[in-house]
Unconditional design. Structure first.
Length: 149
């Protein structure tokens, strides 16, 4: 198994366990990738019970471009504060580091799947708008100098 890119670790471990705040910032920085963040704690029995189901969802081919992360809020208390954590597990759906659909807390895996689908669709809408704005800017939004390639 070769390491042919910076994202190899991210892709091979789903969900990826976030080690620290710096790694978290790097992982959510990709402006095109939907991030599903599951906030957990090692003492949370519901978190432990849900883990196999979340791993199964993360492995599904339709979500290969989604970055699934878990973060231990005991080890990373700032992340709990950042997302105003009130109960565990809490699941957040992020694009560019910002929530794009409401997250939720609890152990309802079907609700998790429903929110994941909403987030995935919202991500696609946001990216379509981003691509259209970028294309418009490239076509005439900045005084082109007449290059023909």
């Amino acid at each position: 198994m070769s390491d042919d890119g910076d994202n190899e670790v991210e892709e091979s471990t789903r969900p990826l366990k976030v080690k620290d705040d710096e790694q978290f910032k790097q992982l959510v920085a990709d402006p095109e990738r939907l991030v599903v963040l599951v906030l957990v704690a090692p003492w949370c029995e519901i978190c432990i019970a849900m883990q196999p189901q979340l791993e199964e969802i993360a492995q599904q081919p339709e979500y290969e471009r989604v970055q699934f992360l878990t973060a231990d809020v005991d080890a990373m208390p700032d992340i709990g504060r950042q997302f105003k954590l009130q109960s565990l597990p809490t699941i957040k759906y992020l694009l560019k580091g910002e929530e794009i659909v409401p997250g939720f807390s609890g152990s309802n895996v079907e609700k998790y799947k429903t929110f994941l689908e909403k987030a995935f669709n919202k991500r696609n809408e946001v990216m379509a708008e981003y691509d259209a704005a970028k294309a418009a800017q490239e076509e005439g939004g900045g005084g082109e100098e007449g290059e023909d390639d």
